[in-house]
Design a binder for this molecule. Structure first.
Ligand code: AMP
Ligand code: MG
Length: 438
């Protein structure tokens, strides 16, 4: 549990929202409402940098030194002092006249202990430390060499081809700020500073379970009227894409006592509890009563398809309150509501103050789409490159909220906003790419 906030202090009251209608809650309003209650984890731990991949920084990383550490050459060439550049004729006629004597060589990783005098230069390799007395480097392709003398074949400028100390990062500068999620480049960046460990927030703990009398476990023979519980597997997969500790509480029958004990066990050990099924009208009674008894939870019908029923709130656990997300039972609806509401909330709880939403951009849809106005639809789509390399999208086919194969086929959501109606083939539509997150 993150913080011991007694449930009585969590005023979960959406009724003051403009045009609040629990039977037709817009996706945007639901997201905003949830965001107000997300209190990120506070505890931090120190990890070796490789283990920090996917975790969120708990403190700013400051550069302990300048990067690069010393002025060095950006090219293989010759280091020289610009005072030696011979004044040029008008620039369009310029044929450099500078002649310099080579007095040594600098390789990357080794310093030269001689100071350059007037009329001298040093052969230098990329990354080589600039010798004292030199302030510029001419590329080796821009000189002619005769025994130990060079002649410039182009006009040289003071400071050319030098990378200065601190040019990338200055000592004491914030390199990565607290709240940043560690990615591959960041591991390298932190290693480039010589740091071995970083302070990150502890892992968020998320417990989840499926609800439904009709659910059978994989490995069991299906009885009449049963379906295999697939939601726990998609949920496991979606949560595991984030660096989260997942706690699978199983599939629970629609039995009030069992549901209650599972809900409490989940709230006692996790920061977040996610359930699937049992929150739609008609069968919501058990969950609704239980959630009212042990916390504050709001039930909505979201103006979206799939994913209409959704519950959000807080449940009182032993050590404080756990966030609660009640997702619909239909397998596609579980995934859509996870990506539209839960994923971003998890990122906030993990310590990222303003996680980027899933990127969305417009492409042409090659097929016509049936769509009712008044709700946001998340159709499953396939982004593909057409013959001339332009990216376009087409729906996966049947869009029923129980057709999980549509999610396996899809590489994006086609997001059709509330005001949109039927669309002709060739219309521009918004897409959210799922590759890399699903
Ligand atoms: P519910 O929201 O509980 O009314 O469930 C809606 C639909 O989703 C029903 O057809 C359920 O059988 C199905 N469903 C619920 N939970 C699961 C699950 N864990 N795995 C697969 N299907 C489910
Ligand atoms: Mg059910």
């Amino acid at each position: 549990m993150t913080q011991a906030i007694p449930i009585s202090q969590v005023a979960l009251d959406p009724s003051c929202m403009d045009n609040y209608d629990p039977n037709s809650m817009s996706v945007v309003n639901a997201r905003q409402f949830i965001k107000q209650y997300l209190n990120p984890v506070q505890q931090a731990e120190t990890l070796p940098i490789r283990a920090s991949l996917g975790r969120v920084l708990a403190t700013d990383i400051l550069s302990p030194a300048n990067v690069p550490n010393y002025d060095n050459s950006a090219m293989d060439g010759y280091a020289f002092n610009a005072d030696d550049i011979v004044a040029e004729a008008p620039i369009h006629l310029a044929k450099a006249l500078t002649h310099l004597k080579i007095i040594g060589t600098v390789y990357a990783g080794k310093a030269l202990d001689t100071t350059l005098k007037s009329g001298e230069c040093v052969r230098i390799m990329t990354g080589g430390m600039m010798p004292t007395g030199a302030d510029s480097v001419i590329m080796q392709e821009r000189v002619t060499v005769e025994s130990d003398n060079i002649t410039f074949t182009e006009v040289a400028k003071r400071g050319m081809n030098v990378r200065y100390a601190g040019e990338d990062l200055q000592q004491g500068q914030i390199v990565l700020a607290a709240g940043h999620m560690m990615r591959a480049a960041d591991l390298g960046l932190i290693a480039s500073l010589g740091l071995a460990e970083v302070s990150v927030y502890r892992k968020l703990k998320v417990a989840f379970f499926s609800t439904g009398d009709e659910l059978a476990g994989i490995g069991e023979a299906l009885k009449t009227g049963q379906v295999y519980d697939s939601n726990r597997y998609t949920l496991y997969g979606m949560l595991s894409r984030l660096d989260i500790e997942v706690i699978d509480m199983g599939a629970i029958a629609d039995d009030p006592a069992l549901l209650e004990s599972t809900l409490l066990a989940a709230a006692n050990q996790a920061d977040v509890v996610i359930t699937s099924g049992g929150v739609s009208v008609g069968e919501a009674d058990y969950m609704k009563l239980l959630l009212a008894k042990h916390g504050q939870v709001v039930f909505w019908k979201i103006a979206m398809k799939p994913g209409r029923p959704l519950a959000y709130g807080k449940i009182q656990g032993n050590n404080g309150s756990a966030h609660y997300f009640g997702l619909p039972g239909n397998p596609v609806a579980v995934m859509v509501t996870f990506y539209q509401f839960v994923r971003e909330a998890m990122l906030v709880l993990m310590g990222q103050p303003n996680p980027a939403p899933l990127p969305m951009f417009k492409v042409e849809c090659t097929e016509k789409i049936k769509k009712m106005t008044g709700r946001t639809e998340f159709q499953r789509g396939i982004l593909f490159a057409d013959a001339d390399g332009t990216w376009k999208v087409k729906p996966t086919g049947s869009q029923g909220s129980a057709i999980l194969s549509s999610m396996s086929l899809a590489n994006c959501f086609i997001v059709l906003d509330e005001s949109a109606g039927n669309l002709d083939a060739g219309s521009l539509v918004n897409v959210q790419v799922l590759d890399g997150i699903v």
